[in-house]
Design a protein around this ligand. Structure first.
Ligand SMILES: Nc1nc2c(ncn2[C@@H]2O[C@H](COP(=O)(O)OP(=O)(O)OP(=O)(O)O)[C@@H](O)[C@H]2O)c(=O)[nH]1
Ligand SMILES: [Mg+2]
Length: 202
């Protein structure tokens, strides 16, 4: 994918704040601090398009980005261990759920997992829930740079086994080494090709 332009469009909490659903859209989801925002920056070859942080809970709104005037990418707040006030965290679930259920232009959800952590009930519930809502999922194992090549493959196999039949085989990725960047673009292109001209609300 050749990136000609990558721009921040807007941040939203509610449906009425979303930009018009004109472009095919891909959303990025995962636990707090897993590396969602870093992954988007890597995909679009920008270091600081999306704000990242070593403190969990950096992304607190639904953030929309436009790529090449052809594709929309959405950075979602993380779920799980956010070190943010409980009152803030309680609004995140509904905010993310509303987006995932209602966004008509959404083509797929990239679910980002930390390669060091075996997914459990929370991830299974989320993947099953996305399937129920007929949202295709692209699974990514990030922070692969934390392991040697052979350990990466081993962890990939262990995680596939833990996931059972859920989702497609996860793509190994690192925002440090850019491993897996093209594989993620291929998966995205596979799910968005030809959809630009479709009317989501015929
Ligand atoms: N080693 C390594 N560190 C990474 C990688 N991706 C992200 N990080 C680090 O992980 C931390 C969190 O990255 P973010 O991209 O802000 O994570 P996020 O999922 O957007 O976090 P929230 O918005 O808080 O939910 C930062 O310190 C990043 O530098 C990776 O591939 N490898
Ligand atoms: Mg973030």
């Amino acid at each position: 994918m050749i990136i000609k332009s990558a721009d921040f469009i807007t941040s939203a909490v509610n449906l009425d704040q979303y930009p018009p659903p004109e472009l095919p859209e891909i959303a990025f989801s995962g636990r707090s601090n897993v590396g969602k925002s870093s992954l988007i920056n890597t995909l679009v070859n920008r270091r600081h398009l999306v704000k990242t942080s070593s403190t969990p809970g950096r992304t607190q709104l639904v953030n929309f980005f436009r790529i090449n005037d052809a594709l929309s990418l959405v950075d979602l707040p993380g779920y799980g261990y956010a070190r943010v006030p409980e009152s803030v965290r309680r609004t995140w679930g509904p905010m993310i759920e509303t987006y995932l259920v209602h966004r008509s232009s959404l083509r797929a959800v990239v679910l980002i997992l930390d390669i060091r952590r075996t997914p459990g009930a929370e991830e299974f519930r989320f993947i099953d829930w996305l399937a129920l809502h007929q949202r295709p999922v692209i699974l990514v194992l990030t922070k692969a740079d934390k392991f040697s090549k052979s350990k990466q493959t081993l962890r990939q196999r262990e995680i596939i086994s833990a996931l059972g039949n859920r989702g497609s085989d996860p793509i190994l990725f690192s925002s440090k080494t850019r491993l897996g960047k093209e594989a993620i673009w291929s998966a995205i292109e596979g799910l968005t090709a030809g959809s630009e001209k479709e009317d989501p609300n015929p």
